[in-house]
Write a protein that binds this ligand. Structure first.
Ligand code: ATP
Length: 595
């Protein structure tokens, strides 16, 4: 959901970012030499490094640095029954409408209201095209308010010729037949936003990409490219529990490709058909189990301390905790709170099983849009998979069992009555509550889950947009020029340091520079550049977002000033400040900045 309207300067900024992304090898259109393919993007040398660094920061923060999260790397194609159980086969669909002239599709909720005259034609013909051509079907187009009749007709001719299969011949040769104004409409959502053609009724369009497994390609062989990575985590929940020494609360994280047949891929990589997700499923005890173990459940209130998870936290604390953790993650890679926003779904917007859902939004040049969703999904997913697979996915909680063993029959009855009174879903029956509590008394439950789900490509785009700056800089001689710079946080910058011998035709300088490259390369991405004036070389690295530059000059050799021997100039990208630093201090300094 976009929160702010496009402004011209923001769109211009976006164009500059797209152009820089291509020019400097961050992002290319997929299959560009064949005209491209909508909704697919390739990452060039710098983009591949940027994405890898982002992926690594997520993986490190969410799994390796934590004791309570483990990782998973599952396949893209899984048993189709998974998508039936998850609801994707039946409900993962957008309502679509088709232009009745061109068959171009548009999401029903993306049709902007339009006003104008509705013009009907009974056909069209083109006498000169290969011995004559005609269509004799009625078609209807909106002539937009303010559109001149001649330019409208020209547009319709173009529409017919540009869409293969509708018309042959040149637009000018086409004669439109039986033109008639049949209506005047105001704020109508019945015409295609691009073509102006009348739209048909809305129909659901499933977003999953299909493929066939095996050679026969029948209905029985259909499989799907996963539209999200999360379901594999649920499907492997039991294996992870049985094979690792994890105890609820714990999480399983996964990074990987996801595919959605988006109807209108747009805003560069923002809405792609192939993209990468970084998802965590964090499994927690149901609040009732927390209550039985600890005698009470910590509930969130404004100002609650979220810094350290506590054993008595209920789902709401965990949900808030993950919102705070993810916000801190973004701050750590340069996306501060000023460029983020949050949308909390209202009760009415939430899926029936979800308890809360917040979207973390980034202020993109084209609007404030979702970067990540963090949902408290109850026990819905594991329950669905338990039902559909027929396999037990309940978790045995020793602590819970020990706590319940101490309860009297009377205490258990009181607990059931209270659990029924506080039930989340009003449709839950007393029998269901009793069955759930009886399981709890045996130490068994289906864990609830908090799901922070982020898009890697959207994050890379947000990072590019956030880092991009054009600034006028003036040198010592008073000469001004435009500097394009990407202010990447050193942690995620594709190249960490540029190494520049002052002159390329001085073997001693080149040898020293090469020595420094060998010193640093095992620890970080370095770029060696010896061509062009030093200022130009700095600018090239500014555009690539390289945070540091190291110049090896005659002082480094210590021929005239022995006190500078084995020192280099270190230039900092953002401030453009330069200082001398001993070569021996380079590696520790740079490591302190990039880790
Ligand atoms: P949207 O409303 O923008 O379509 P969504 O709510 O369907 O997104 P989720 O299903 O919650 O998205 O997916 C989690 C994350 O995956 C999103 O926050 C986003 O970062 C990323 N993502 C989803 N769809 C796409 C896409 N088509 N292209 C790139 N990233 C995507």
């Amino acid at each position: 959901m976009s929160k702010s309207p496009d402004s011209e300067s923001q769109l211009e900024r976006m164009e500059k970012i797209v152009s820089l992304a291509k020019r400097r090898g961050f992002i290319f259109q997929s299959s560009e030499i064949y005209g491209g393919i909508g909704g697919f993007w390739d990452y060039g040398p710098l983009g591949a490094e940027l994405k890898r660094n982002l992926r690594d920061t997520w993986w490190r923060t969410m799994t390796r640095d934590r004791e309570d999260v483990v990782g998973l790397d599952a396949t893209i194609i899984m048993h189709p029954a998974i998508w039936k159980a998850s609801g994707h086969v039946d409900t993962f669909a957008d309502l679509m409408r088709e232009c009745t002239i061109t068959n171009k599709r548009v999401r029903a909720d993306h049709v902007e209201p339009q006003s104008g005259s509705v013009i009907k034609f009974i056909g069209a013909k083109s006498p000169n095209a290969n011995g004559g051509w005609s269509i004799d079907r009625v078609f209807t187009v909106l002539m937009k308010q303010g559109e001149h009749i001649e330019s409208f007709r020209k547009r319709v001719r173009l529409l017919l010729t540009q869409n293969a299969g509708i018309a042959a011949g040149k637009p000018d040769e086409i004669e439109l037949l039986g033109e008639e104004r049949i209506d005047v409409v105001t704020d109508s959502v019945d015409f295609h936003p691009e073509t102006g053609g009348l739209l048909n009724e809305a129909r659901p369009f499933n977003l999953m990409l299909k493929t066939y497994i095996g050679p026969t390609a029948t209905e029985n062989d259909i499989a799907y490219l996963r539209p999200e990575t999360a379901q594999a985590i649920f499907a492997q929940f039991k294996n992870v529990c049985d094979s690792s020494r994890v105890k609820v609360p714990f999480g399983i994280g996964q990074i990987g490709k996801a595919f959605r047949n988006e109807v209108t891929p747009k805003n560069f990589t923002f809405r792609s058909r192939e993209f990468e997700q970084m998802e965590l499923e964090f499994f927690i005890k149901p609040d009732e189990a927390v209550q039985l173990i600890h005698g009470s459940v910590a509930i969130w209130s404004e100002g609650a301390d979220l810094s350290e998870p506590q054993p008595n936290w209920g789902w709401e604390m965990w949900h808030r905790y993950w919102v705070a953790e993810r916000t801190a993650y973004y701050a750590g890679i340069g996306l501060s709170s000023e460029v983020l926003d949050y949308t909390w779904q209202t009760k009415a917007d939430l899926a029936h099983y979800a308890r809360a859902c917040v979207d973390i939004l980034f202020k993109f040049p084209f609007g404030t849009e979702e970067l990540e969703g963090i949902a408290a999904r109850g026990s819905f997913d594991l329950t669905q998979h338990q039902t559909h697979s027929g396999k037990q996915l309940e978790y045995f909680d020793e602590e819970l069992k020990a706590a319940c063993d101490k309860l009297t029959a009377e205490q258990k009855s009181t607990f059931i009555a209270e659990a029924y009174a506080k039930r989340f879903n009003p449709d839950t029956t007393l029998e269901e509550t009793m069955a759930f509590c009886e399981k709890l008394f045996k130490g068994l439950y289906i864990p609830h889950v908090i799901e922070p789900s982020a898009g890697l490509d959207r994050l890379a785009l947000a990072i590019l947009a956030n880092s991009f700056e054009e600034e006028v800089v003036t040198d010592e001689k008073g000469k001004s020029e435009m500097r394009t710079v990407l202010h990447f946080h050193p942690r995620i910058a594709p190249i960490k340091v540029g190494i520049f011998p002052l002159l390329k035709n001085k073997p001693e300088l080149v040898a020293k520079a090469r020595e420094i490259v060998s010193l640093l390369r095992p620890h970080m991405a370095v770029f060696y550049d010896e061509t062009g004036a030093i200022g130009r070389r700095y600018r090239r690295q500014d555009e690539a977002g390289t945070p540091f530059g190291v110049t090896i000059d005659f002082d480094t050799l210590g021929e005239e000033k022995p006190e500078f021997k084995n020192t280099v100039t270190l230039r900092e990208r953002d401030s453009m400040q330069q200082r001398r630093i001993p070569i021996a201090e380079l590696l520790p300094f740079l490591l302190s900045q990039i880790l």
